[in-house]
Design a binder for this molecule. Structure first.
Ligand code: 4NP
Length: 185
């Protein structure tokens, strides 16, 4: 999924970052116990390693409310731990105010995106919704982050692979000051 909306939102992030303001990123999936807390943990790890933790505000939420207050799924925590990531997020549901509190709202799949469109309080805030796949490598064969909840270990490994690549590209895309240097669209 690509498009002008995504390009404009990412341009806005770049302007925020290069003006010295903190960039506010919200990752969203259905349950907020597998994909989005993993993206959240991966992105926190990247900005910490790059010594830019104070320039990024990163959080995650779910469109569903089934697991509010829970830690991430045990399987996701296990697979993340094997990559050196501790996931301690407590599940919460996405709200209208998130669309004011964050500069970009990143959905993991088409269902998350359509749910987010219904929650967005205005056309301006709806424009902040971007698919995670916008940050995948051009050669990536997936066009979304598949829900691993009913999958085995491979499903969780796939999610972490897609998210580690995508989050790194998100970070580099925002830090790069020139649109033509990035080839993600
Ligand atoms: P997530 O995975 O959206 O990546 O957190 C899911 C977690 C729980 C459920 C569905 C998806 N659930 O139906 O409980």
């Amino acid at each position: 999924m690509t498009g002008t909306n995504t390009e404009n939102t990412i341009d806005a992030l770049r302007r925020i970052y290069h003006s010295g303001q903190a960039v506010r990123v919200l990752f969203v999936c259905l349950g907020n116990i597998c994909r989005s807390p993993a993206a959240d943990g991966i992105m926190h790890d990247i900005v910490k390693r790059e010594d830019e933790a104070d320039r990024w505000i990163i959080d995650s939420a779910g469109t569903g409310g089934y697991h509010v207050g829970d830690l991430p799924d045990r399987r996701m925590r296990l697979h993340a731990r094997q990559r050196g990531l501790d996931l301690n997020h407590r599940c919460r549901q996405v709200s209208e105010s998130d669309f004011d509190d964050f500069d970009i709202v990143i959905g993991m799949d088409a269902s998350n995106i359509s749910n987010l469109r219904r929650i967005a309080p205005s056309p301006q805030t709806e424009a902040k919704i971007v698919p995670m796949s916008a940050f995948f490598a051009p050669s990536e064969r997936y066009d979304h982050v598949p829900d691993p909840y009913y999958e085995g270990s491979e499903g969780f490994e796939l999610v972490l692979n897609l998210l580690q690549d995508g989050c790194r590209r998100l970070f580099d895309t925002v830090r790069t000051n020139e649109r033509q240097q990035q080839q993600y669209f």
